[in-house]
Design a protein around this ligand. Structure first.
Ligand code: ZN
Length: 1027
């Protein structure tokens, strides 16, 4: 995959640490941190020399820096009491053209290596391992290969495959053709069909630039940093990719994927010595040191600001069709290796743009001129020199100058007035809370946090010392109250390296792009000799043969099904009643000084006509003010006292009946232990006295939400297609489409376009009446054992503060089934909606969207979680993905991805992602089902599919989220254990049986959906609904 940068990097990532005083949670007598502290500077270990050993208490880890004696490879180990161990190797890849060479290389090294010459070992390892994460990323100036796993044997296996892939790849010509680009006949078997461009990266990048935000971000970076590698597209410009040759690819590998240009990173509680030994023996000992010459030189500062205009496709989903111009003002900031300056500027940037109290939010977002901030607004620290950008999207072209003036004027005002102390306090509180909050993939978060700074030879350990940076920041403010204002003057107002970039829609954009591509194609084809053409035809056939050949993956290491833990870990839960009757689930966990509070409220009594507005209600509920607090004061309180408060609609399918589901709204929040009473008071005010009066602010929030939804479609097209395809197959499907499908995207667009939003605003108090009371409410708390009784009291106070409906409201759906809420003995019932007369029906929908690629989904109604067939279908989905659909849809079809999956509620979905084909892919789905029914797979294939299923089932769960399955779905440990045993028991006959009974022709009802450009086939075929 390709990223134009790690979006989440910078000082304000969600970092979390496990508290050092919770020794009881550690395992083993000596901890990984303590063992690491015993390394001595200068000590030689397995071909490496220790350079530095540092304890980082704020993140509960010990950092060990080393370098490899023979090659100069750099190494950073972070020892931490976390079983989810991570490895990554990072190369500085700094291309000077837009052929996408680092990106194509990232794909091709994963196609087979010296020790593991089978095709695609990387994808095969997904099924032979219990990895919790495996991927590869191409950023603007580095390429990163990370994996994580909780199993030591698996770690060694994956390490061996990764090392061999990056240092000794085969880089065969056919791999380059498949992954990069090639000319091939539209139908490779028929030399009469026209020659076209194909290739995975070629299509991936066409898809990526269908996203206007991404186009804007790319131009922003390229134009602001034009001197070296940032001027080009590291992922590849679709029009330049066909200039790349196989020879250039191999050359780039030789100079960039060398240990002297590599940075190794390991994280977790496995012993460091073993990692070093394996890396030295299997890879580094085979190289000599070189001078890599991959450094990015400093950007020369400009004497004068610059301006550029670009164009983009019109977004048919966005609100305000005439107002689709984007403009931003950006400033070049200092080198990111200056860690404290980078930290300061990222905080300063947050003060400038985040939240409704920030000056740019007030000046720009609330000006009513546009829909939301421009892409990449804020601090961007992924390039050697960082930059700050701010502007608006969704504006009228005539307002460009107004926005520019507003930016300048706002900066002047802030330089004059400074920031309120409370806002600075709230921001530092946010840093503190983010250090404590631990995600399930903490190692990966750390690897990405240090990647950019380290890439430019900055000190990665300095980047981790957030506690000391906060202290130094406070000291600077104390010594000089104008500290931040002076920085603003220096880096913003007086900075001549300033870029004004605007982008406006061009109705002919897609046609022009297609035309340029057609010209490029013609030029390539015209230059071919008859011999070349013959060779292309033969290569196309060869590639097809290679892709269809049965593959022997026996050279690859693998775990066995017997390596999987037979039992699930037990999650201890308690249930108490608050206010006498509201159940509260208590889950004691090492949450590191944080309390996580959630509540779920039923939607059963809500009138039908209000349902489509529930997502909007949720989006604005915690942002419009409550009680005596206006929306600005409320935002201030939320930032000062909590780590966030949010509401989201949810549709929870039942574990045992397809036509039964629970509908509700989930409220979630977390805070430092000491702030719990304040947070619960805020919830109490939001439930009892929400304010739905601020029409102007409501309008701003609606525009932002609509813009965000429409921008998200290209990235999640397969999800939208899947939701749509499942809409008419089960009662929950229709509600899912209403809440999170294309219908919701279009509804939000209509609301954002309304001249008068008051009719919509007036619906909110009506929704509130049905939702915000203690009728049919349940709560959950995750906190440390020491905090539990205090937390119980705080929740009790909250529940007692809530009103009850005067009259018992009747659920609107006549059939409601009751299931015990939170544990069998609880007197409180979950009320699930049941539609016993529901009849599924087949519908095919094509959403016309101006994308150059499509997203295809076919959905089948099968069996829910508790049904014995569910386990077989789950293994079948993995099996079909790995053994059939991957080859068919990605390798042969040229799509970026595709596969099969089974939802908890029993919807079996086949899908493709960024697919150059559309309805043809439906034929591949039919073939996949035939393949499954014929049973043409081996026991080894089944075992691999099981490993892959279990690596998902057993993926680590953060302390904040443990017990959540039970809270939401009523899933007990016993039910999960039973399901686990069903998974172990899946066998060949069961797989053939379920594929015949559910997926075979004429069996279950199918739903189909397609997102993408118009298509003669769906237009002509009356069974398709085209929208
Ligand atoms: Zn890619």
């Amino acid at each position: 995959m390709w990223r134009s940068g790690w979006r989440a990097s910078g000082a304000l990532r969600r970092l979390g640490g496990r508290s050092a005083n919770l020794r009881a949670w550690r395992w083993g007598s000596t901890t990984a941190c303590e063992r690491a502290l015993r390394f001595q500077v200068g000590e030689k270990i397995q071909g490496f020399t220790v350079g530095q050993v540092t304890s980082v208490p704020e993140l509960c880890l010990t950092a060990v820096k080393l370098s490899h004696d023979g090659t100069g490879a750099r190494y950073l180990h972070l020892a931490r009491e976390d079983r989810n161990n991570l490895f990554s190797v990072q190369f500085r890849t700094t291309p000077v053209d837009s052929s996408g060479v680092p990106h194509v290389l990232e794909h091709t090294v994963l196609c087979g290596s010296r020790k593991y010459p089978c095709r695609d070992p990387f994808f095969k390892m997904l099924n032979r391992s219990l990895s919790t994460f495996m991927n590869a990323f191409t950023a603007s100036d580095y390429t990163l290969y990370p994996f994580s796993t909780q199993n030591p044997k698996d770690f060694q296996n994956l390490l061996s495959v990764y090392l061999d892939a990056v240092f000794f790849p085969c880089l065969r010509e056919l791999d380059f053709w498949q992954e990069g680009w090639r000319l091939e006949h539209e139908d490779p078997n028929d030399p009469q069909t026209p020659l076209v461009f194909k290739g995975v990266v070629f299509n991936e990048m066409k898809g990526a630039f269908a996203d206007n935000e991404r186009t804007f971000s790319q131009h922003l970076q390229s134009r602001l940093l034009p001197d070296h590698t940032y001027a080009v597209v590291s992922g590849g410009d679709p029009l330049c990719i066909p200039d790349l040759t196989w020879e250039q690819l191999r050359q780039f590998h030789a100079t960039h994927y060398h240990p002297s240009n590599a940075r190794f990173f390991t994280y977790g509680d496995f012993p460091l010595e073993q990692h070093l030994k394996q890396i030295h023996e299997e890879a580094l000992s085979k190289f000599e040191k070189i001078e890599p010459r991959t450094a990015v030189p400093a950007q020369r500062p400009w004497p004068e600001p610059r301006e550029f205009q670009i164009t983009c496709a019109r977004d048919s989903l966005a609100a305000g069709s005439s107002e689709q111009t984007t403009v931003s003002v950006s400033f070049l900031l200092p080198d990111i290796t200056n860690t404290f300056e980078a930290f300061t500027l990222s905080l300063l940037s947050s003060l400038l743009i985040s939240g409704p109290n920030s000056p740019f939010y007030k000046a720009l977002v609330e000006s009513g001129l546009g829909t939301d901030f421009s892409p990449d607004a804020g601090y961007n620290g992924c390039t050697r020199e960082a930059y700050f950008s701010v502007g608006l999207q969704g504006i009228a072209e005539k307002d460009i100058q107004t926005v520019r003036d507003l930016v300048d004027r706002t900066l002047d005002d802030v330089i004059l007035q400074g920031f309120e102390d409370d806002r600075i306090e709230a921001l530092l509180h946010k840093v503190e809370i983010q250090m404590k909050h631990q995600s399930a993939s903490f190692g990966l978060a750390l690897a990405s946090h240090v990647a950019s700074c380290w890439n430019h030879d900055g000190d990665p350990v300095e980047c981790l010392k957030l506690g000391s940076q906060v202290a130094r920041f406070r000291q600077c403010l104390e010594e000089n109250p104008k500290f931040l204002q002076e920085k603003l003057k220096q880096y913003f107002k007086d900075n001549r390296h300033k870029l004004i970039l605007s982008m406006k829609p061009d109705d002919q954009y897609a046609e022009k792009q297609a035309q340029v591509e057609a010209e490029k194609l013609k030029q390539k084809v015209d230059s071919l000799s008859p011999e070349d053409k013959q060779r292309i035809y033969e290569k196309g056939l060869e590639l097809q043969t290679q892709q269809s050949r049965p593959q022997d993956a026996s050279c690859l290491p693998a775990l066995k099904v017997s390596d999987i833990e037979p039992r699930i870990p037990v999650t201890e839960l308690d249930v108490v009643l608050a206010g006498g009757e509201t159940p509260v689930q208590l889950c004691a966990q090492p949450t590191n000084g944080l309390v996580y509070f959630r509540a779920l409220s039923s939607l059963n009594t809500l009138p039908e006509e209000l349902r489509p507005y529930v997502p909007l209600f949720c989006a604005v509920l915690t942002k419009l003010g409550c009680g005596v607090l206006g929306y600005r004061e409320q935002a201030q309180q939320v930032e000062l006292k909590t780590g966030g408060m949010a509401a989201a609609p949810c549709v929870l399918p039942d574990d045992s009946h397809l036509d039964t589901y629970e509908q509700g709204v989930l409220f979630s929040s977390f805070c430092l232990d000491r702030n719990l009473p304040d947070m619960m008071h805020l919830w109490s005010e939001i439930f009892n006295n929400p304010r739905f009066e601020e029409e102007e602010h409501f309008r701003v929030l609606v525009r932002m939400a609509a813009q965000e939804l429409s921008n998200g479609v290209p990235d999640a097209g397969h999800v939208y297609a899947s939701v749509r395809a499942g809409r008419t197959l089960a009662p929950a499907g229709d509600l899912q489409e209403t809440f999170e499908g294309m219908d919701q995207v279009r509804l939000m667009q209509r609301v954002a376009d309304m001249a008068d939003v008051r009719p919509v605003l007036r619906k909110l108090p009506r929704i509130k009446k049905h939702l915000l009371s203690c009728d049919h409410l349940r709560c959950s708390v995750n906190a440390t054992p020491q905090q539990m009784s205090r937390a119980g009291t705080a929740v009790d106070t909250f529940v007692r503060s809530l009103g009850r409906s005067q009259k018992e409201r009747k659920p609107l759906r006549p059939h409601v089934v009751e299931k015990p809420a939170l544990g069998g003995s609880s007197p409180v019932m979950r009320r699930l909606v049941m539609e016993p007369t529901f009849t599924p029906c087949q519908v095919k929908t094509h959403f016309l969207l101006p994308f150059p690629v499509s997203y295809v989904a076919e959905c089948v109604r099968t069996a829910p979680y508790s049904h014995p067939d569910h386990a077989s279908l789950k293994v079948l989905a993995r099996l079909m993905t790995a053994k059939f659909l991957h080859t068919e849809i990605r390798e042969k079809g040229g799509a970026y991805g595709g596969g099969a999956k089974l939802s908890y509620g029993g919807m079996f979905t086949l899908y493709s992602y960024r697919d150059p084909r559309s309805t043809e892919t439906l034929q591949s789905f039919v073939k996949a089902v035939d393949w499954a029914r014929s049973g043409r797979f081996t026991q080894q294939d089944i075992d691999e599919a099981k490993l892959s299923v279990f690596s998902a089932v057993d993926s680590p769960v953060a302390p904040s989220d443990r017990g959540l399955d039970h809270f939401l779905y009523g899933l007990s440990d016993e039910m999960k254990q039973k399901h686990r045993e069903q998974l172990f028991a899946v066998h060949r006959e069961a797989l053939v049986d379920v594929s015949t009974r559910y997926l075979g022709p004429g069996r279950s009802t199918h739903g189909l959906a397609l997102l993408g450009p118009d298509n003669a086939r769906t237009a002509k075929d009356p069974s398709w609904i085209v929208r």
